[in-house]
Design a protein around this ligand. Structure first.
Ligand code: IMP
Ligand code: MG
Length: 176
């Protein structure tokens, strides 16, 4: 069934059950890769609140969980925007950090996140994203865990918003 959010119409794209099934598979893979250590799963707010919450229910080994937000402030010159990481409330020293993103589109965000996390003395960095748009991606960084590769069309739901709305939808809808 079509839904309307503000001025746009969206059609069903990925069902709630498909997301959950995929998350179980990804969590199993993560347990095989990281089961011998205590990784720090770090969700990037706001979009990843739902995926990290559900993913962690399927990850049955010791782990720590944190959320961060990317913030930007103006640098010394008003034209240079400096990105910073706020909210990281666990000690990541010598630990594997798994960044959990809702979606990787151009890759700009993930590139900055990688630079910011590599300032810490971490053991390693892995990147997980529920959705990936290969046609839009412009970076070289490889993702370790991808839920779904999708076409380059705007989607909403399951944490992703259209003009702040639609994050609460349990399934994914694609712009009509
Ligand atoms: P980036 O282009 O990879 O840096 O992605 C930047 C941000 O754009 C993501 O974290 C999302 O918040 C947002 N975004 C990209 N594609 C979509 C989409 O299809 N729906 C909703 N938000 C999106
Ligand atoms: Mg995001």
């Amino acid at each position: 069934m079509e839904i309307q959010i503000l001025d746009k119409v969206f059609v069903p794209y990925i069902l709630e059950e498909e997301i959950q099934t995929r998350l179980q598979t990804v969590a199993k893979q993560m347990m095989q890769d990281l089961g011998g250590e205590t990784p720090v799963f770090t969700g990037v707010l706001n979009g990843s609140f739902m995926v990290l919450s559900d993913l962690m229910k399927y990850y049955e080994n010791p782990c720590e969980i944190s959320f961060v937000k990317m913030a930007s402030y103006e640098g010394t010159q008003s034209t240079n925007e400096v990105k910073q990481l706020i909210g990281l409330d666990v000690d990541v020293t010598d630990k594997t950090v798994v960044i959990v993103e809702d979606i990787v589109d151009t890759g700009n965000t993930i590139e900055v996140l990688e630079q910011l996390f590599n300032r810490y003395k971490i053991k390693g960095l892995r990147i997980a994203t529920l959705f990936f748009k290969p046609e839009a991606y412009t970076k070289q960084i490889k993702m370790d865990y991808v839920g779904f590769e999708i076409t380059n069309k705007f989607i909403v739901g399951y944490g992703l918003d259209y003009n702040k709305q639609g994050r609460n939808l349990p399934a994914i809808y694609q712009i009509k």
